[in-house]
Design a protein around this ligand. Sequence first.
Ligand code: XMP
Length: 517
Amino acid sequence: MNDNELNIKESILVLDFGGQYNQLIARRIRDLGVYAAVYSHKISIEKIKEINPKGIIFTGGPNSVFLEKSPHINKEIYELNIPILGICYGAQLIAYDFGGKVVKSKVGEYGKTYVKINKSSKLLKNVNDMTETFMNHSDHIQKEPNGFEVIANSDTCISCIQNEEKNIYAIQWHPEVKHTIEGEKIFSNFIFDICKCSKNWSMDDFIEKQVLEIKNKCNNKKVILALSGGIDSATVACLISRAIGKNLYCVFVNHGLLRKDEEKEVEKVFNNNKLLDLNFIEVDAKERFLKKLENIIDPEKKRKIIGSEFIKVFEEEAKKIGDIQYLAQGTIYPDIIESGLNGSAIIKSHHNVGGLPKDLMFQKILEPLKFLFKDEVRKVALKLNLPESIVYRQPFPGPGLAIRIMGDVNEEKLNIVKEADYILREELEKAKLPNLSQYFASLSNMKSVGVMGDYRTYDYAVVLRIVHTDDFMTANTVDVPYDILQKIMNRIVNEVKGVNRVFYDLTSKPPGTIEFE
Ligand code: XMP
């Protein structure tokens, strides 16, 4: 990834030591109007010089700095004359590297912890003398290094040290976590007062810069995009269309595995929309996909069949258009971080990255959202006038409803799951419950006996999945009020033909997955 592509002159470099909140640090800084990028702590000094950040942040992490195998940093970084802020593990690393003492605590500090500030400093300017923070550590700094001074303590630990001359700061708590009441103030002090950044990151700027860049790159060249109806590809479509208009070809492969009315939504926004200048090509491939999926039970096989069929359809359309130079994709920043493409450890190979193979007849890839977090994509999408139904759409797997149907896929089952899912979404959206990250209906492959009116039934069971998650790597089931669940159940068994039972899946991830496939 080349940050210069975005012409970012002032950025904060976040070096990842493996903590859970690392992406949050970058988001908080961006929210303050300064671009921040997350890189592995293994980044070379040359690369840091190339990026030329205004400040560097070391993140937290699960290790102990005094163990040999724990992640360390090339100490030349301290000679670059760039302000550094270490958080949690990052703070301990700074103390350790400069000769201070870091030890395992008898009792760790976890969760809400009050910290007393005992000296005025640039980093903690305007922070209350007694401030509520979020801690999450078992090691701590027992003795500050020479040249550093302690500026805050908790009841049991040194909580913050600084070397103002070198512009190096270390805090034990997590300002990126909202439970730290004055976290934003601390980041603001660091990036504006210490690093001397100016506010130069906003979604308006982003749109303008990207449109200009895409125009320069692709003017008079054809670009193709697989439009799925999801927010990422829809936003990419709007952005590129602003830059090159009719040279953009959006191919919407309707594989018939979409949620109820989803294709109508996509058509409404992209087909013959006078405000949007682009070519919209809808391919009705419903029968083709259903045929390929006949009698296929294994979800992995379904995924493979759908993936390869999708590429075939897409390639056929590309051939018809001819002379395409660029393939546009809706890759976003977490996809890149999670796939290890910015040099961080591979967490998982994300579905979107390389969703379409890169050698797919096209020479070049265009990924204008690859610098953005999801909530930033939402801001861009709203500024580009995408409707809220797309902007706030529930996450949806590429293989669609095929994997939310257990066993073989057929038209009857597709209809059932579409209707049940629609009812679930309608009721939950009405109920406006907090903390719902993802919710949908799946169809079990189980039929059982029931009774409706005076008749015996032998019908399917629908499974409801409603989860809260921060990062989609782990998830918990939501404690939905019983009356809401009961209403959903009632409506599904009454309104959806072929269903006589509704189950609520209580399984967390792990051991389950978010999808029920
Ligand atoms: P799991 O089921 O792995 O899902 O816990 C985590 C998140 O990823 C979504 N998901 C997908 N997204 N293509 C996607 O773009 C896929 O093939 C796919 N499979 C799962 C899932 O909906 C959840 O949000």
